[in-house]
Design a protein around this ligand. Structure first.
Ligand code: LIP
Length: 255
């Protein structure tokens, strides 16, 4: 399944490179945008994923949100994760799709068309970058790179969450990065590039696909209390290789 999912994302993602931003509209919240490209890519993905599983429900970020009936398989899709990066031509955006069964992610793909990097995973079968197995690092925060995000949801709450962690990591890690795409940040931990990541408020399509990829690469990802991430409502996230995840959870509890 993850090969088919990956093929759809790669094929559709190549179109994103030449896509005009088009119209930029504001969504609910502060600096939360949707472009004509998000809508177009979502339509393309909807059509292409129907060939992967014609019975699965399509749940996309940029559509009216559909309740998925118990027992139905579904695709949870972010057509462009990192829309603000896309608007600013950063080359740091991706397409993300999670295939869900019994309300669990069982296959996932995340594709950055600007670097032609395709991250994939299937439950119990490992995680891959362009077909090669990937694994998290073994660096604790003291020796690692930490991604921090504060872009989504209520900004005052987000900044309260992130500032004490920023201060600690600024003084006690190799450095801090803000990737601007939650799915890519999570996949970068899976590939052993960075070591931990937290953000106060994300939507399920921002982390569902990356979450499976990270777990299959030997990492951990949960909500801010250490509980499994929900697929039906917003959540904060904490993610890392096993050492850095323990560090970031300690920082979240102590702040
Ligand atoms: C974005 C995330 C980003 C986060 C924003 C937003 P979008 O997703 O991936 O990292 O900080 O809150 O949710 O809206 O570009 O798909």
């Amino acid at each position: 399944m993850f090969n088919e999912l990956g093929a759809v994302l790669r094929q559709t993602g190549q179109k994103l490179i030449n896509e005009d931003i088009g119209k930029i509209d504001k969504k609910e919240g502060i600096h939360n945008y949707v472009t004509s490209a998000d809508l177009h890519i979502q339509e393309e993905l909807k059509e292409a994923l129907a060939d992967v599983d014609k019975d699965a429900v399509f749940v996309g970020e940029e559509q009216e949100h559909t309740e998925v009936a118990e027992g139905r398989n579904y695709f949870l899709v972010d057509p462009i994760d990192g829309t603000t990066n896309f608007i600013h031509d950063m080359g740091l955006s991706c397409l993300a799709a999670a295939y869900c069964k019994d309300r669990n992610v069982i296959a996932a793909a995340v594709y950055n068309p600007y670097t032609d990097e395709l991250f994939t995973a299937e439950k119990g079968k490992g995680a891959y970058l362009n077909g090669r197995a990937i694994r998290v690092s073994e660096r604790p925060i003291s020796n690692g790179l930490v991604a921090l995000g504060a872009g989504g949801g209520p900004r005052e709450e987000s900044i309260k969450h992130v500032l004490p962690i920023y201060e600690y990591c600024f003084l006690n890690s190799r450095g801090i990065r803000s990737i601007g795409s939650a799915e890519l940040a999570i996949c970068y931990i899976a590939a052993g590039r960075i070591d931990a990541y937290t953000e106060y408020h994300l939507m399920p399509w921002d982390y569902a696909a990356g979450g499976l990829i990270l777990k299959e690469a030997g990492g951990e990802i949960t909500d801010l209390s250490g509980a499994p991430l929900p697929l039906d409502r917003p959540s904060g996230i904490a993610a890392g290789n096993l050492l850095a995840y323990a560090d970031i959870m300690r920082l979240i509890k102590e702040k």
